[in-house]
Design a binder for this molecule. Structure first.
Ligand SMILES: *Cc1c(COP(=O)(O)O)cnc(C)c1O
Length: 810
């Protein structure tokens, strides 16, 4: 491969790639060509590509060190990175070289790519954002580290069993992980519990009751064109004494290993079910574990390179991805005050200048807070520091004349009922920048959750609209469209996604529209083939592929889509003679294991699918599909094949969304509400190239405040009431007719997510979608305009804004 890259590694440049892969296979895997199975070829290919990356990795690290460059540290409890091989090969510009080398050995690159396990170290959008950001940071040649947890079993694997979600452990590390490097020299002591004593010098000393070792495991992140390789550093927990031999020898085998088990439990799974007190405590332990290890690592590096800890903000920018790492604020304060002898005020200035915080949600139930007794028991020194920070914060606010009501809203301690530590307030207070992830979301932050903090710190909140990396979400997942674009507008868009605007005039070119439509159809044929192989489904590639894939949550309103699907089904049955647009309704997504209604919505989608797909009166006019185990790799297959992108959250509830951006850049039209980044997509593609319906965020708030007649809303719509009644009465669940009674009852009772209130608008909008589809030239032109106008949603643009406005590194 090296021969094909800009700067070949000197010692390997002359050895053909195929020979290097065979050599790796022999010497690192222990197999010859004859005995090698696909997973052996995968490992040999990854290790060979990795060798290429390592030289660049070390060069990047060295260059940043020599330049004394400021580094960006991105702390996130989730990194939903997916598969890495295709990303690495593609960013190294070695697609053809690797494919041809493997072909000469009788191995199909696509086939081995497909067996690489998905690194599912995240739930959804927040974790995927962190992964896109890491890729963009490397592509923009910014020195950066991602810090997170190396979950042995990340997000659960979803199986659909008789229509119900089953959660199975994801064993992504079962056969090892050739991408990672354990760094035994980078290990830290992380303590929990115990007590704090005051020393004679007036300082504090924390003696934890227990401790684990955090060991760094590094994964290289290759930027576009292999320019730079950054590090994703994930922590794994170890016991200091893996085995207590005294206990073992006394016959207490379990007791001998208890410490190790306890340590390993820390980094076992992502988001343990927090409905039990034990689960909650584990979650807080995870957050502190990875925050502490990361902050210790950052402080150690700074002191080693630059000597004086007071210059930390000049050389390090730490971004908190949501509040999960917010305890880092208290951890840095602890290290500065207790270990580096700064005064509290000095430490506070350093801390605030170093941290930035990104908020991802306004949902009150998702705003993290910890019961004060739990926090105090686990982190007694941090509790003291939180009190001290709070005192300073509230003193300052009072000096500004803030009233009691606002004081209690600003406080780091929630005093209403059981006392709790508010992590969002801690992150806000401890950062010089607090950003939202789309324009609307940022405005709502100012007027809702952070209204009082915003009044005290009016310059702190800013907006950074999310983005996606166009390498993974266009070039790699949609090679057909990428070649067509290169032929049509040249290669500039590969380095600058905003150069896609050159495509706009081609929307008027009939020949180009046909070629564009042909690429989409090929992607649909490929997806149909995949679903035939994996689910034994037969889909018509000429039907409209209408797709809603994302975590299952009531605010995302899969239920609205399903009810409309039922209404459509009813209409098609009643009026088979009409000119219906054939549709495939495709759903995928995981529900949190403790989220009853979300799991019921999955079952409903499957029940509706079962009935509709088996109805001979419907044929290919309507098919409903729930694809199991939504993850990054599945998204990469589905999105390039989508015609219609469902982004239909209750306005004001989706902070940004990034799925919406992935679909648009792959030429799907959006049907959506004025929520999150949908609004900014609409502003760019124009009102005629997107389908907008429903209540605005303001109207949602007014509805909720003033109340409305739910029953009248449902009864007033014949289509809606028929569909709701059919579902409620068991038409789709004859085996358990009452299954959806409560779910439908909720629409009459509270309808918090305004499903019924938005139904008519949504259904009418879908008929406008049908009309446009019947006019294929108009549809294709609109799809082309979407591709042309959404390059702005590249995470390169987002990262440039963070770099300039928050981190000061550009
Ligand atoms: C992009 C992405 C998401 C986020 O999707 P939204 O529609 O923005 O909620 C979630 N999961 C995966 C696997 C993704 O790729």
């Amino acid at each position: 491969m090296s021969q094909l890259l800009a700067e070949p590694a000197a010692d390997q440049g002359s050895i053909p790639l195929a020979a290097r892969i065979v050599d790796t296979l022999a010497h690192r895997i222990g197999k010859d060509e004859k005995a090698a199975r696909p997973h052996d070829w995968l490992a040999a290919t990854i290790l060979t590509v990795r060798d290429e990356i390592i030289d660049r990795w070390m060069a990047s690290t060295k260059a940043a060190h020599q330049a004394g460059a400021k580094r960006v540290y991105y702390l996130s409890l989730e990194f939903l990175i997916g598969r890495l091989l295709r990303d690495a090969i593609s960013n190294l510009g070695a697609n053809d070289a690797v494919r041809e080398a493997l072909a000469s050995l009788g191995v199909d690159l696509a086939e081995i790519e497909e067996i690489e396990p998905d690194a599912a170290l995240g739930n959804g959008g927040l974790g995927r954002l962190a992964a896109c950001f890491m890729e963009s940071l490397a592509s923009l040649d910014l020195p950066a580290y991602g810090y997170g947890i190396r979950y042995v079993n990340g997000m659960f694997r979803q199986r659909i069993d008789d229509g119900f979600q089953l959660e199975l452990p994801e064993n992504w590390l079962a056969h090892g992980n050739p991408w990672e490097f354990e760094r035994r020299e980078s290990a830290y002591f992380v303590g929990f519990g115990g007590e704090v004593t005051a020393t004679e010098e007036g300082t504090s000393h924390w003696s934890p009751a227990e401790a684990v070792e955090a060991v760094a495991v590094d994964t290289p992140v290759v930027g576009w064109r292999g320019k730079r390789v950054n590090t994703l550093r994930l922590w794994t927990a170890r016991a200091f004494d893996p085995i207590r031999l005294d206990r073992f020898n006394a016959g207490d085998f379990q007791g001998a290993l208890a410490g190790q088990l306890r340590a390993e439990t820390l980094t076992r799974v992502l988001y343990p079910n927090d409905s039990t007190p034990a689960g909650q405590e584990l979650r807080l332990r995870q957050e502190y574990f990875f925050s502490s290890a990361s902050i210790q690592d950052i402080v150690r590096r700074h002191v080693q390179y630059f000597g004086d800890i007071r210059t930390l903000p000049e050389k390090a920018a730490i971004q908190l991805n949501d509040t999960h790492p917010a305890v880092s604020v208290a951890e840095l304060m602890r290290l500065l005050v207790d270990h580096h002898d700064l005064t509290f005020d000095e430490a506070w200035d350093v801390t605030r200048a170093t941290f930035g915080y990104t908020n991802h949600t306004l949902l009150p139930e998702a705003l993290e807070s910890w019961p004060l007794p739990l926090f105090e028991r686990l982190l007694p020194r941090h509790m003291q520091l939180v009190y001290a920070i709070n005192a300073k914060l509230l003193r300052g606010a009072r000096a500004q004349g803030v009233d009691d009501h606002a004081i209690s809203a600003i406080s780091l301690i929630d005093e209403g009922g059981e006392r709790r530590v508010r992590m969002a307030n801690l992150a806000f207070a401890g950062s010089h920048s607090v950003n939202g992830v789309a324009a609307l979301h940022t405005e709502l932050m100012k007027s809702t959750v952070f209204a009082d903090l915003h009044r005290v710190f009016p310059d702190r909140i800013n907006n950074k609209t999310n983005g996606i990396t166009p390498r993974r979400w266009l070039q790699q997942c949609n090679p057909g469209l990428t070649s067509l674009l290169r032929e049509t507008i040249g290669d500039a868009f590969l380095d600058d996604a905003e150069a896609l605007t050159a495509l706009a005039p081609h929307a008027e070119d009939a020949a180009f529209r046909d070629r564009f439509a042909a690429v989409k159809r090929e992607n649909k044929v490929a997806l149909a083939q995949y679903l035939k192989d994996t689910m034994r489904l037969r889909l018509d590639p000429d039907a409209m592929f209408d797709v809603q894939i994302k975590r299952i949550h009531e605010y995302k309103r899969q239920l609205l889509n399903i009810i409309e699907t039922v209404a459509l089904y009813d209409q098609i049955r009643s009026h088979p003679e009409r000119d219906w647009v054939p549709r495939v309704k495709l759903f995928a997504g995981k529900a949190a294991s403790s989220y009853h209604n979300a799991k019921l919505i999955i079952k409903l989608a499957n029940d509706v699918a079962k009935r509709v797909n088996a109805d001979p009166a419907i044929g290919d006019l309507l098919k409903v599909v729930f694809v199991p185990n939504y993850n990054v790799s599945l998204a990469e297959k589905i999105i390039p094949a989508a015609n219609l992108s469902e982004q239909i959250s209750t306005a004001g509830m989706e902070a940004s969304g990034t799925g919406n951006m992935k679909f648009a850049i792959n030429g799907a039209l959006t049907i959506g509400t004025l929520d999150g980044a949908n609004i900014e997509i609409k502003d760019r593609v124009g009102d005629d190239n997107i389908f907008i319906f429903g209540l605005t965020a303001d109207e949602v708030e007014q509805h909720r405040a003033a109340g409305w007649d739910r029953r009248a809303t449902i009864d007033g719509s014949a289509e809606l009431s028929q569909a709701v009644n059919a579902i409620a009465s068991g038409v789709f669940s004859p085996d358990d007719p009452g299954r959806y009674k409560d779910l439908m009852g909720g629409l009459y009772d509270h309808d918090w997510f305004l499903v019924a209130a938005d139904f008519d608008g949504y259904a009418a909008c879908q008929r406008r979608v049908d009309d446009r589809w019947r006019d294929q030239p108009a549809w294709q032109a609109a799809a082309i305009r979407n591709v042309a106008q959404v390059g702005w949603f590249s995470s390169d643009r987002t990262i440039r804004e963070y770099a300039r406005d928050i981190w000061g590194v550009m």
